[in-house]
Design a binder for this molecule. Structure first.
Ligand code: HOZ
Length: 428
């Protein structure tokens, strides 16, 4: 596969962008690439790189493109909005439309505030939780990733894990002193933390399905135990559904598992491919946000009309009858293809999937947390990734991210990916 143009663009990028990329995992170092692929266009479930290579896409821009690219409803609303104006810094009907859709869909959300990224959503939710409870401590789980705000950059997943980075310079000890770490899926350990310091804990933040150490589902009873411990001590429970929101079910993981948090953070799908984030929750909590309350939060581009238009259009398509059934069937089909190939070859693999997000770990299962994910053979994943790419399949360039299934995938796309995987495992 020719990638000269990507290589040339990367050399140019290195002269003006740190590491040549605007987000670390895009460097593709985690899969042994000397340079990333630069993308130029996409349609449906296919993406073309700058050298013209056509790839079947299982990244979906890390989650937002659940409908695939160029969906007529989304494109139509965006085109119309460009003519009307791209930013007003004032309220619009569009943001009310998206807020209403979210409040109707996500069980915990009575009021919601729009922001511009998942990072902004989680850092704002944390401030609100601290303001509401008048407590300082936040509990986060090892290997969960909640964006790159300082208090969450402790034992984080995603790019931090992919590149095996230490806790980031620039994050002061004082900032993370209020962050308590607990192993994911370890309700007993969380119980001990609450027994020792429950009165100091403002909130527990959790990815209800972890998606940034590869996909790691909650063990039966884990989310329920977290809910109970929070309720008993007066701490707020925040579900970070930036990835899982509108992906694992219409109402997110909270609907799927029937565990309702106090607050929820969202992003990705709710922007339909434009920059967006949101945090919301119980009305009595969200009413503490300025201007109703005194907890400050603001943003010039918050509720940006383009993102609101693309997000509303995307959610309206997802709300159509049968959509999540189709998504589930497609995800099952992808799983079967990939797993059958690996199992036939006797390669130790574990496939974790919840709805339209999945990770194939190259290790014996079960993978229930950070330590298990760390056992995966990342060098083998790198070989697999490069083989799939050579055969026209674009997977997440890291063992510790999630494949994102989109509604635009066709039977032919899945057959191509299945054949590509089979040819990899055959020659192993
Ligand atoms: N943190 C994102 C995946 N979980 C990666 C975002 C990006 O590099 O674009």
């Amino acid at each position: 596969m020719k990638t000269e143009t990507s290589k040339r663009l990367f050399d140019e990028a290195l002269k003006c962008i740190p590491g040549g990329v605007n987000s670390p995992v895009r460097a593709m170092k985690g899969v042994g690439m000397s340079h990333p692929l630069f993308m130029s266009r996409a349609r449906g479930a296919h993406i073309w790189d700058a050298d013209g290579n056509e790839l079947v896409d299982f990244v979906s821009s890390w989650g937002p493109m659940i409908l695939g690219w160029g969906h007529p409803e989304v494109v139509g609303r965006l085109r119309a909005q460009i003519d009307l104006g791209t930013s007003f810094g004032a309220p619009t009907e569009l943001e009310v439309e998206l807020a209403r859709l979210i409040c109707d869909a996500v069980p915990s959300v009575e009021l919601v505030r729009m922001v511009n990224s998942g990072t902004e959503a989680t850092m704002s939710a944390l401030r609100v939780a601290r303001g509401f409870t008048r407590r300082d401590k936040v509990v986060k789980f090892v290997g969960c990733y909640h964006g790159h705000a300082d208090p969450f950059l402790a034992a984080a997943g995603s790019g931090v894990l992919t590149l095996a980075l230490p806790d980031s310079p620039g994050v002061t000890r004082a900032t993370t002193a209020d962050t308590i770490l607990v192993e994911y899926n370890d309700a007993a350990a969380l119980g001990e933390v609450f027994a020792a310091r429950g009165a100091e804990i403002a909130c527990v933040i959790v990815e209800p399905v972890a998606g940034n150490m590869g996909v790691v589902p909650p063990q039966p009873g884990f989310l329920e135990a977290v809910r109970r411990l929070c309720s008993d001590s007066g701490a707020l429970l925040i579900f970070d559904e930036v990835i899982t929101g509108f992906r694992v079910a219409w109402g997110g993981a909270q609907e799927l598992y029937g565990v309702i948090p106090d607050m929820t953070t969202l992003g990705k799908i709710i922007g339909g491919g434009l920059p967006v984030g949101a945090f919301g929750g119980r009305a009595d909590i969200m009413e503490t946000v300025a201007p109703l309350g005194t907890t400050y939060q603001a943003g010039t581009l918050s509720g940006n009309p383009l993102a609101m238009a693309a997000g509303s259009a995307t959610l309206r398509v997802l709300a159509e009858p049968g959509v999540y059934e189709r998504l589930e069937a497609r995800a099952q089909q992808v799983c079967q293809g990939l797993v059958a190939a690996a199992v036939g070859a006797g390669v130790p693999t574990t496939l974790n999937r919840v709805g339209a997000m999945m990770t194939l770990f190259f290790c014996e299962g079960p993978v229930t947390g950070f330590a298990d994910a760390g056992r995966a053979d990342t060098a083998l994943y790198g070989r697999y990734w490069r083989h799939m790419l050579e055969h026209g399949v674009y997977l997440a360039p890291s063992q510790f991210e999630s494949a994102m299934i989109s509604l635009a995938l066709t039977d032919a796309d899945v057959a191509l990916a299945t054949d590509a995987a089979a040819s990899f495992f055959e020659v192993l």
